[in-house]
Ligand binder design. Structure first.
Ligand code: G3I
Length: 386
């Protein structure tokens, strides 16, 4: 009840300060649209992922966010395109924008099999050589951004896409070359085993402690709401604990799809992580209006019926995120942030993905930068609050 009162007070404050807050992309309707970051000021930062060339396109909506993720510019292929030759010319402008506009930066991502430049694996490196390349990259990037980044996705997507129960039980749940979507993931694991993952975290921790930086160390992945993949994650986290591998949290990418989302499994995943004393951030949230498949369905615009289901999903997700943001038990971790993977429906990675020629409408603002039903559910603490 107390939080709802806070919300009502905050919402009233937003109304009162409407004249001083930027137009939130809303039309000249009588309702003043609150800023997402204000609604969630007592909970956690609200972020958005974008590339630097979209900042001007979204200058009307970016005041909603007090965190940004570089959708592309901080990945290995961009920041160290040649071995030992770092290049931050693409990523620095976004970090400067964030600092000038009072926004935090989520670091995404130090080690991801999909963003490795060719030199990392092309000379069939030994395990020692490959680990050395990973450590050098981690050190070079962290020492460049320093504390301009408040959390790093140290390793991204190191688990199998969707491991079977047998693979989880046998320990065969790390991404390997037999995964359909990319062989390099397999090379990393085939050459180093879990050591490439743990070395990345240990090096990030060493550099952080040596320089008194304060950013948090996160592991980031998708599909962690599926029971088998959740169990694989928990086994990896337990192995980290045995090996003394430092980690402070898990990023749930949260790329969800209508028709294949279970809010109870979503909550089970968050609970199982925070009970281990680790934090959770929702790092790449979007809700596709199509089931996950190569459905040939294409719509001219999102059907009203699907808008309602999408809005309900956003409301439930945010209700759980809020529920786990203020743990009663101090030993537990908590939800410390929610980031959208995009800003508005005019541009989303889900356009033409996985079906070429198919538009998607997965975000909180529509193609005209107007708030959708999903936006109102996202902030509707009353309707979906605890
Ligand atoms: O900026 C260049 C441009 O100069 C060039 O003309 C153009 C054509 O080659 O490419 C542009 O770069 C593209 C970049 O996005 C920026 O738009 C890359 O080709 C393209 O591969 C890159 O795709 C990104 C992808 O990660 C790979 O890095 C997507 O935008 C981004 O949404 C996606 O995000 C991933 C997360 O990192 C991890 N979780 C899954 C998520 C979705 O796949």
């Amino acid at each position: 009840m107390k939080k709802n009162l806070n919300f009502l007070m905050m919402f009233g404050l937003c109304l009162l300060t409407a004249c001083s807050t930027p137009n939130n992309g809303s039309s000249s309707s009588e309702v003043t649209v609150p800023l997402l970051k204000d609604v969630y000021a007592n909970y956690f930062p609200i972020g958005a992922a974008l590339t630097e060339n979209k900042i001007s396109l979204y200058e009307d909506l970016l005041p909603n966010f007090n965190s940004i993720t570089q959708e592309y510019e901080a990945k290995w292929s961009i920041t160290e395109p040649l071995e030992g030759q770092f290049d931050f010319s693409s990523s620095d402008p976004m970090v400067e924008y964030a600092k000038e506009n009072g926004k935090g930066v989520r670091g995404h991502t130090l080690v991801w099999y999909k963003s490795l430049p060719r030199y990392v694996l092309s000379d069939n490196p030994s395990k020692e050589k490959l680990i050395s390349r990973i450590e050098n990259h981690v050190e070079g990037v962290i020492n460049h951004f320093k504390d301009d980044v408040y959390v790093w996705d140290v390793v991204n997507e190191a688990l199998r896409d969707y491991p079977s129960l047998a693979q989880v039980e046998s320990g065969d749940f790390y991404r390997t070359g037999d995964e359909t979507n990319d062989a390099t993931g397999g090379d990393l694991f085939a050459i180093c085993g879990i050591d490439y993952i743990e070395s990345a975290f240990k090096e990030a921790y060493r550099v952080r402690q040596e320089n008194n930086y304060n950013f948090k160390l996160f592991y980031n992945d998708y599909g962690l709401n599926y029971p088998n993949k959740r169990e694989a994650l928990l086994k990896m986290l337990d192995q980290f604990a045995l090996d003394g591998t430092p980690i402070e949290g898990v990023g749930l990418q949260a790329h969800y799809y209508l028709g294949s989302f279970n809010i109870d499994e979503f909550e089970n995943t968050i609970r199982s992580i925070v009970e281990r004393g680790l934090d959770v951030q929702i790092t790449e949230l979007d809700v596709s209006i199509y089931p996950y498949s190569t459905y040939p369905i294409t719509y001219d615009e999102i059907p009203e019926s699907l808008s309602k289901i999408q809005a309900s999903m956003y409301g439930q997700i945010m209700g759980i995120a809020r529920k786990y943001s203020h743990p009663e038990n101090d030993a537990y971790g908590k939800v410390t942030g929610v980031t959208m993977w995009g800003v508005a429906d005019d541009i989303t990675w889900l356009d033409n993905n996985p079906v070429s020629g198919r538009k998607n409408w997965p975000l909180l603002f529509d193609e005209f930068h107007e708030p959708k039903q999903a936006f109102w559910s996202f902030i509707d603490l009353d309707k979906y609050g605890e």
